[in-house]
Write a protein that binds this ligand. Structure first.
Ligand code: SF4
Length: 390
């Protein structure tokens, strides 16, 4: 088994180590890759029996390790790598990585020190991969990177070519081109730059999914400054209003950190007020964890674990109420879903693994994984929807 890891924050490190342990217990043959793979000694110290540990963004090393431990018989027909490359997700959706690294230096994050500055993949290469995935039956592309909205900054938005056609290495241009493939395109990890506004009309026109995963992290100007993040909750609220005016169906997902060093109760309340006002659709919240090497660890006023967890709990409780209300408003509507498995699918508002799902009844046998279907919603809880296939 290949386990992809994340070293973004301590919670992710723990989750990654847990996943490695689970994989070892399941089949005993495990290759570790991803961010945390940069800390080979650390992983081997905890899980000495893993077969290999490769660093981030090192597919050749992963494949070498796999082939070293699982030599495959030579077959001149099946040895040809399919045009979709090697895909580790179910057949109907795929992650499309457009860049590696990040030019920001958020004080709580060590990704830039592990992965370096932003390096954008050539736009022609990204589009060819996307086109091949669509041709091979993929129905949903999840565009990922460390900083999707910065795509092309490092190459000064250089013009590349896709099928002989000039195309700029720029998020908006990439989204327009991806929109031509006729499949769902979902944007993740969009840093809140002003030019993100340019993709909202594409969502309103149905070119890409009306879904934006944009981590805001906090709302207090002082905490945002300490985090080295753009510091204006007011502007964020203004932009949310503008996005919703252009594209009323937009789903906004975000992540936040509670209990950042020095966060006062008043600053945390500011965050709660923002959450109330922003009415975000999907939200994740981490209690601040001092990941080794993060600049924020040197800030004064580290909070006790109990306080961080208590704030995270209050935050999630409020968001659960907001989410339940938002999902309730979908009762009585018919939503288009993509079927993941019998009786289970996702609407345009649900990214796989991290968001809610749509449970459906009726005609499970006719709605196959990877197919689109319409579901009349008749019930909702804080995260999921329930309904009947139409
Ligand atoms: S933008 Fe994201 S990846 Fe880049 S430093 Fe900030 S948190 Fe880390």
């Amino acid at each position: 088994m290949v386990v992809n890891t994340c070293g973004f924050i301590d919670a992710a490190v723990e989750e990654s180590l847990g996943a490695i342990g689970e994989a070892l217990a399941k089949n005993g043959k495990v290759v570790v890759t991803g961010c945390l793979g940069a800390k080979q000694d650390f992983i081997k110290g905890i899980h000495p029996s893993v077969l290999a540990v490769t660093g981030p963004h090192d597919t050749p090393a992963v494949m070498d390790a796999v082939h070293a431990h699982l030599p495959k018989p030579h077959d001149p027909y099946t040895d040809l790598v399919p045009s979709i490359g090697v895909k580790l997700t179910p057949k109907h959706y795929a992650y499309l990585k457009i860049s590696e690294g990040c030019n920001h230096r958020c004080s709580f994050c060590i990704i830039p020190s592990m992965r370096g500055d932003l390096v954008s993949r050539p736009v022609g290469e990204v589009m060819s991969e996307a086109e091949n995935l669509a041709k091979s039956g993929v129905k949903e592309l999840l565009v990922i990177s460390q900083d999707t909205s910065a795509y092309g900054v490092d190459v000064k938005y250089r013009t590349g070519f896709w099928n002989g056609r000039p195309l700029k290495t720029k998020m908006t241009d990439l989204c327009k081109a991806l929109g031509e493939l006729g499949i769902w395109v979902r944007l993740h990890y969009v840093y809140p730059y002003p030019h993100v506004d340019e993709v909202i009309p594409l969502m309103a026109e149905g070119k890409i999914l009306p879904y934006l995963d944009v981590p805001f992290q906090h709302a207090s100007p002082r905490i945002l400054k300490l985090m080295k993040r753009p510091a204006s909750a007011e502007k964020v609220l203004e932009r949310l209003r503008a996005w919703r005016a252009i594209c009323p169906d937009i789903t906004v997902r975000s992540t936040f950190i509670a209990g950042f060093p020095g966060e006062t109760e008043a600053e945390f309340s500011e965050l709660l007020s923002f959450l109330e006002e922003a009415q975000l659709d999907r939200v994740g919240c981490f209690a601040y964890s001092p990941v080794e090497g993060a600049a924020a660890n040197d800030l004064p006023g580290a909070l006790p674990e109990a306080v961080k967890e208590e704030r995270r709990g209050r935050f999630m409780e409020l968001q659960a109420k907001i989410s339940a209300e938002k999902l309730k408003s979908k009762i009585g509507k018919t939503l288009k879903i993509i079927v993941d498995e019998a009786g289970l699918g996702r609407s345009t508002a649900d990214a796989p693994e991290i968001d809610g799902v749509v449970h459906f009844e009726g005609g499970e046998s006719s709605a196959k994984p990877g197919e689109f279907a319409n579901v009349l919603i008749d019930r909702a809880d804080a995260h999921d929807l329930f309904g009947r296939l139409q």
